[in-house]
Each structure stands twice: as structure tokens, then as C-alpha cells.
Design a protein around this ligand. Structure first.
Ligand code: HEM
Ligand SMILES: *[C@@H]1O[C@H](CO)[C@@H](O)[C@H](O)[C@H]1NC(C)=O
Ligand SMILES: *[C@@H]1O[C@H](CO)[C@@H](O)[C@H](O)[C@H]1NC(C)=O
Ligand SMILES: *[C@@H]1O[C@H](CO)[C@@H](O)[C@H](O)[C@H]1NC(C)=O
Ligand SMILES: *[C@@H]1O[C@H](CO)[C@@H](O)[C@H](O)[C@H]1NC(C)=O
Ligand SMILES: *[C@@H]1O[C@H](CO)[C@@H](O)[C@H](O)[C@H]1NC(C)=O
Ligand SMILES: *[C@@H]1O[C@H](CO)[C@@H](O)[C@H](O)[C@H]1NC(C)=O
Ligand SMILES: *[C@@H]1O[C@H](CO)[C@@H](O)[C@H](O)[C@H]1NC(C)=O
Length: 324
């Protein structure tokens, strides 16, 4: 056997064993093939954020959903076709938004460097850049070199996206299945410092927690009374509330002091307090500098989940359809 083939086989075997998960991503993957790529993405993202302050939350959630369903491969961006219902059209897609922004950034990148930069990398970079606008500096490092998949199935979104009613065991299991730790779970839940939630994602906590017309005892009763003024019945599926009341457009660490006052909006937030280790991590993250440092590290791990690299997958021409 030729030495090169032997080497490639060994690397492939190591990858198969999980040794190189995300290991094929690197800094500035497009430095030679499209040196302006990261700047174009940053500039375009900043323009969109100044027009729409809700965008950082939209992209952050979209990136999470992309990575949790068959890896960070742009699967969340694909449209349904005559034959296939895509992730976008699955139940947990509720209020996913920002697809038009990704398409616009992709067009700008294609105009400079056709068929070079993946949609998966664009979403990952744009998410970082959108959250970072407020700080005027990149809040975490993004490695690049992801490629795009050709498959997107609504059933996989249902099976892989954790639900707002998940308990601690289910959340821990969901994150572990993506190679993420309990620490990552508590840190990444801090993303709920920005954005909104629809009433129906939590209103059973207000009106019918155990099926007896009762309220969730783990929810702060002052906060519950406030939420009831917003979400007036179990059938309200359209009203939204800020997840971090008063600063839902500011990326900060308010999530943790709120959580410790039993003001986590979803059962999945409250669940983090039901176990000593995760409650302890949440208490440590009340230190904002610590939260930012930890969030940067956990986002890198999120962005490396089951990525396609090398010659796997493709570089899509348009983010919402596979190449023909
Ligand atoms: C731990 C398990 C998680 C559960 C069960 C969960 C669940 C949810 C739900 C139900 C919503 C509200 C959607 C709506 O009603 O429109 C939401 C919003 C959001 N989630 Fe999560 N999430 C989780 C983890 C994450 C992670 C890891 C991130 C990112 C790192 C994230 C980022 C967001 C953001 C930014 C929003 C606001 C979206 C908007 O404003 O439209 N979530 N999440
Ligand atoms: C990005 O914006 C900066 C500042 O406005 C500008 O100097 C730079 O040329 C832009 N870069 C690209 C690639 O668009
Ligand atoms: C994908 O769907 C969106 C929303 O329906 C639409 O605006 C977009 O043009 C579609 N993409 C393509 C390539 O048809
Ligand atoms: C849908 O499936 C049929 C039969 O399997 C195939 O001929 C057709 O090309 C598919 N259409 C699309 C849009 O994938
Ligand atoms: C979410 O899925 C529903 C169908 O379940 C669909 O009608 C809706 O357009 C989808 N939303 C987005 C943002 O794609
Ligand atoms: C969490 O939910 C699962 C599935 O419903 C259930 O089997 C398990 O007992 C629950 N665990 C706890 C600690 O409540
Ligand atoms: C509360 O939950 C119980 C049990 O699931 C159900 O029978 C009842 O109809 C619910 N009440 C309302 C107002 O939806
Ligand atoms: C509930 O929230 C109020 C303020 O809104 C706070 O003063 C109180 O300490 C919280 N209760 C608990 C149990 O944390």
C-alpha cells in the first residue's frame, strides 16, 4: 500500500473514532480562495443588524438549530421541495427567521467569489458578527471550512431540537448526543438573554402545569402574575414576551440572575436549577466576564458539531436550494 493512502486511511479512521471532530476546521479557511469573505459577511451583517435589532437573536437560534440537526451544515437553510418537507417547516421552527438575510449575504459573497464560501460558514460567521455588533469586537472565534449538506428533513428537526418542556435528564441527554457537556448546556442556555418566546412555549406553566389548572411551583409567582397579563390563555399562540425582561435585545448575562430568581421562561430553563451541579454552574455565570469567556468556548464547540469538511457535501450556489 502506498504511504499516502495509508496516511489518509489512518486519518479517516481517527475521524471515524471521533478524534478529529471539528478538527478539520481552521482559522481563515478562505484566506487564499476569497480573502474578503469574512469582511463582506461582517459588513453585510452589521448593515442588517442596524436595520433590525432582533436579528442577533434570530441568527443565534438558527445557528443552534442548524448545528443540532445533522451538524452545522446549512441544513436549516434549505427550502422544502415537492418531495421533501425540510427542517424549516418542522414544528420546532416556530419563528425561525433571518433566512432572507443569509441569502442576501450569500449573494454578496458569490458576487466576489463564486462557488467558494459555504452557507454553513456564512451562517456561523454571521451569527458571531450579529451578536458582536453591540460590542464592536468579535465575541468568539469562528473556525471555517464547513461544507453544505444536501439533505434537510423536518422529522430530524423534531427528533433533535430540545423542546421547551424538557426536564434536566432530557436536556443533558440531548446535548450529550451532540458531544456537548453539562457545562455547555448551562452556558449556551444563556443565549436566552436575547430574543423572545411565544406564549404557547410556556403557558402551561401558568395555567395547567399538571393538568389540574395549576401553576408551575418552580416559577416565580410575581413573574408568573406578570406573564399572565401577557399570555391570557392556553390557546394564545401569537403573543410573544421578552425572555430577558427589559434587556431582550442586549447580549448580557442577565439570564443567570433571572434564572436564580426563578424567572427562567421555559421549563427547560428552570430545569437547570433542579440539579446541584448545573445550578452551581448557573450561579458562577452571574459573573459576566466569566459568562462571556465560557460562552465563547461553548459556541466554538457548538459550531464544530458533525461538520462536513474536505470534499464532503458541496458549496451551495444558493443557501435555500441544493445545487442541481
Ligand atoms: C437547552 C435547550 C433549549 C431549548 C429547549 C430552547 C427552546 C427555545 C424556545 C422554545 C424558544 C422560543 C421560540 C419562540 O417561541 O419563538 C427559544 C428561543 C431562542 N433560543 Fe433557545 N432553546 C434552547 C437552547 C438554545 C441554545 C443552545 C441557543 C443558542 C446558543 C438558543 C438560542 C435561542 C435564541 C437566541 C432565542 C430567541 C429567538 C427569537 O428571538 O426569535 N437556545 N429557545
Ligand atoms: C467593510 O466595511 C469597512 C468599513 O465600512 C470598509 O472599509 C471595507 O472596505 C468593507 N469591506 C468589504 C470587503 O466590504
Ligand atoms: C426559498 O423559500 C423562500 C421563502 O418561501 C423564498 O423567498 C426563496 O426564494 C426560496 N428559495 C429559492 C431558491 O427558491
Ligand atoms: C420527486 O420524486 C420523483 C420520483 O421519485 C422524482 O422523479 C423527482 O425528480 C423528484 N423531484 C424533486 C423536486 O426532487
Ligand atoms: C414553519 O413550519 C410551518 C409548517 O409547520 C410553516 O407553515 C412555516 O412557514 C414555517 N416557518 C418558517 C419560518 O419557515
Ligand atoms: C424526564 O422526562 C422523562 C421522559 O418524559 C422521564 O422518563 C423522566 O422520568 C423525567 N426525569 C425526571 C428527573 O423528571
Ligand atoms: C388541563 O390539562 C388537562 C389534562 O391534560 C386537560 O384535561 C384540560 O382540558 C386542560 N385544561 C385546559 C383549560 O386546557
Ligand atoms: C421573585 O421575583 C421577585 C422580583 O420580581 C424577587 O424579589 C423575588 O426574590 C423572587 N422570588 C424568588 C423565590 O426568587
Amino acid at each position: 500500500m502506498n504511504i499516502r493512502i495509508l496516511l489518509v486511511t489512518c486519518v479517516a479512521l481517527l475521524c471515524f473514532l471521533g478524534v478529529c471532530q471539528g478538527g478539520n476546521l481552521r482559522k481563515k479557511f478562505y484566506q487564499d480562495s476569497c480573502p474578503q469573505a469574512e469582511d463582506i459577511i461582517k459588513n453585510k451583517t452589521q448593515q442588517h443588524v442596524s436595520a433590525n435589532p432582533d436579528l442577533p437573536a434570530k441568527l443565534l437560534r438558527m445557528h443552534f438549530h442548524d448545528c443540532f440537526v445533522r451538524g452545522c451544515d446549512g441544513s436549516v437553510l434549505l427550502n422544502s421541495t415537492a418531495n421533501n418537507t425540510a427542517e424549516k417547516d418542522a414544528i420546532p421552527n416556530l419563528t425561525l427567521a433571518g433566512f432572507d438575510v443569509i441569502d442576501d449575504i450569500k449573494s454578496a459573497v458569490e458576487a466576489k467569489c463564486p462557488k467558494t464560501v459555504s452557507c454553513a460558514d456564512i451562517l456561523t460567521l454571521a451569527t458571531r458578527d450579529a451578536v458582536s455588533v453591540q460590542f464592536n469586537k468579535p465575541m468568539w472565534e469562528v473556525l471555517t471550512g464547513r461544507r453544505d449538506c444536501t439533505v434537510s428533513k423536518s422529522s430530524e428537526a423534531l427528533a433533535n431540537i430540545p423542546a421547551p418542556f424538557f426536564n434536566f435528564t432530557q436536556l443533558k441527554q440531548s446535548f450529550a448526543s451532540k458531544g456537548l457537556t453539562l457545562h455547555d448546556l448551562v452556558v449556551l442556555s444563556g443565549a436566552h438573554t436575547i430574543g423572545i418566546g411565544h406564549c404557547n412555549a410556556f403557558s402551561s406553566r401558568l395555567y395547567n402545569f399538571t393538568g389540574k389548572g395549576d401553576q408551575d411551583p418552580s416559577l416565580n409567582s410575581t413573574y408568573a402574575a406578570f406573564l399572565k397579563t401577557k399570555c391570557q390563555s392556553l390557546s394564545d399562540t401569537t403573543t410573544t414576551v421578552e425572555m430577558d425582561p427589559g434587556s431582550s435585545k442586549t447580549f448580557d448575562n442577565d439570564y443567570y440572575p433571572n434564572l436564580l430568581q426563578k424567572k427562567g421562561l421555559f421549563q427547560s430553563d428552570a430545569a437547570l436549577l433542579t440539579q446541584d451541579q448545573s445550578a452551581g454552574i448557573a450561579a458562577e455565570l452571574v459573573d459576566e466576564a466569566k459568562f462571556f469567556t465560557e460562552f465563547a468556548q461553548s459556541m466554538k464547540r457548538l459550531g464544530a458539531i458533525e461538520v462536513l469538511t474536505g470534499s464532503a457535501g458541496e458549496i451551495r450556489n444558493k443557501c435555500s436550494v441544493v445545487n442541481s
